[in-house]
Design a protein around this ligand. Structure first.
Ligand SMILES: NC(=O)c1ccc[n+]([C@@H]2O[C@H](COP(=O)([O-])OP(=O)(O)OC[C@H]3O[C@@H](n4cnc5c(N)ncnc54)[C@H](O)[C@@H]3O)[C@@H](O)[C@H]2O)c1
Length: 457
């Protein structure tokens, strides 16, 4: 394939060298004449392991050249990667000016190109950038997106220092596209790289790098805070974290990584509180560990806000225990939501097939007696009774019996806290606590578009 790279810095230089190594013909483009000259002398623009030989060999084989002429780069390639910098502005916003400049240049060059062209954004950009770049190119070229060109989001995950190795051994290859030609081209382009090839929604691909990097930061500061507590206790934190990482079922795994409702139960709240208090008593400041509880409380408030935003007063709560398959009500987060709504005068009806008033004993009974003393008056063991009496149905536990609700009650408002549905075609109002619109119903989509907040950056 013939490929151009706009930007010959860390990511562009490595990408260009690795693509040439994979057998493609690469044209590098940069506004810096110095960088262009280096590539044309067979030298890298950066210092990085393995890069010298790759650039030298690619140049010697005639697979790599560079130019400041963006017209030439676009006309002699079928895919153009945008790999320019995306620095932070003084106020902390993302500065996308370099991206928009390149979009303008590619657009100008495309004006007199008659072949379909794929632009791939490899720089780290916020969701919405792909669409904006598409508009700039369409305006500058007079061409039509998806007829004459398309824009793919293909974030880069390499780390400096091991960049070539990371490029050649990615954990996965991710593209965001809605264009079949582009998807097929990218499958072909990356066919020799190991790891799963994932083609997904454009905005999902755009946000992934931020999710990854923020999580990596979270891992580091979490391990550091655990280390600081361990040090104060005379415990070897490296032994602790080594063992922590050996649990591949709950710790280093996809478990608990599903956005949804707050956690509860008799262990998580109690034990994280005990560790927070221990750190406090040791005079160890642990902002991340301390923030876990307030983030969890915030999710309860979010659920209440969504319920209140619907403007209806009769609320059916489907699932009262802290998770499905148990009657344990201790620290169940939905109990707090129900308590708040009752206090605000809402009419609450509750269904939970596992909770039998007569069978509640011990700390479980004590907890609920303190929080919802009149539970026996508002709980029913009949799902249909609760659904019929309520205008809003809040699904808090994932249960098979709830899947029929949209068909049986097509005009109620459903608030989903557990992703009961992966996709829903629902005439009534559906809202998930922590995910974007999954309702494919055209009527609801139109309504949603009118109310969506658009962030400009
Ligand atoms: N450096 C990393 O480890 C890394 C890893 C993954 C992703 N990223 C992301 O990749 C992007 C690029 O990062 P980088 O470190 O390679 O940046 P960089 O600053 O090293 O390189 C950017 C290059 O773009 C060139 N450029 C600017 N405007 C141009 C234009 N109009 N036309 C052609 N070239 C132009 C600059 O001269 C420079 O050589 C950023 O979004 C960054 O966040 C970086």
């Amino acid at each position: 394939m013939n490929i151009s790279f706009f930007g010959l810095g860390y990511v562009g230089c490595v990408g260009a060298a690795c693509c040439a190594k994979l057998g493609h013909h690469v044209i590098g483009n940069d506004t810096s004449e110095n960088k262009v000259n280096l590539i044309n002398q067979g030298k890298p623009t950066i210092i990085e392991a393995e890069i010298n030989d790759l650039i030298h060999d690619a140049h010697a084989k005639g697979l790599l050249e560079a130019t400041t002429d963006y017209h030439y780069a676009v006309h002699n390639s079928e895919i153009s990667f945008i790999v320019v910098g995306t620095p932070s502005s003084k106020e902390g916003h993302l500065n996308l000016n370099y991206i928009y400049d390149v979009a303008q240049q590619i657009g100008e060059a495309l004006a007199d190109k008659n072949k379909f062209h794929i632009v791939a954004i490899r720089s780290t950009v916020l969701p919405g950038t792909n669409a904006k770049v598409g508009k700039i190119i369409a305006k500058a070229s007079g061409k039509v997106r998806d007829k004459d060109f398309t824009i793919v989001s293909n974030p880069e995950f390499l780390r400096e220092g091991t960049a070539v190795h990371d490029y050649m051994n990615p954990p996965l290859t991710l593209i965001g596209t809605d264009n079949e030609i582009a998807e097929a081209k990218f499958r072909e382009l990356y066919k020799d790289l190991p790891g799963e090839f994932i083609s997904t929604d454009i905005e999902v691909a755009e946000i992934m790098k931020y999710v990854n990097n923020t999580y990596h930061g979270l891992k580091i500061v979490f391990a550091n805070e655990i280390g600081n507590i361990c040090k104060a206790l005379g415990i070897d934190s490296h032994k602790v974290m080594e063992i922590f990482c050996k649990d591949k079922q709950l710790n280093i795994s996809s478990y608990y990584f599903k956005p949804g409702f707050a956690y509860g139960g008799s262990c998580l709240p109690k034990d994280s509180k005990a560790l927070r208090t221990l750190a406090h008593d040791l005079y160890i400041n642990v902002p991340i560990i301390n923030a876990i509880d307030s983030s969890n409380e915030q999710q309860k408030k979010n659920a209440i806000d969504i319920i209140e935003s619907k403007g209806q007063r009769k609320v059916g709560i489907l699932g009262l225990s802290f998770k499905s398959g148990t009657d344990d009500l201790r620290c169940s987060p939905i109990v707090d939501v129900a308590e708040t709504l009752l206090g605000r005068g809402y009419e609450i009806h509750i269904y939970d097939k596992n909770v039998r008033m007569s069978q509640l004993t011990g700390t479980n009974a004590e907890f609920i007696a303190a929080k919802l003393p009149h539970l026996h008056e508002i709980i029913s063991d009949d799902l249909d009774t609760v659904c019929t009496k309520s205008d809003i149905l809040v699904i808090t536990n994932k249960e098979k019996e709830f899947t029929a609700i949209p068909t049986k009650y097509p005009h109620k408002c459903i608030i989903d806290l557990v992703r009961q549905f992966n996709q829903i075609d629902y005439e009534g109002n559906y809202e998930g606590i922590s995910w974007g619109n999954i309702n494919t119903n055209p009527m609801q989509n139109d309504k949603l578009k009118r109310t969506m907040v658009k962030t400009e950056f």
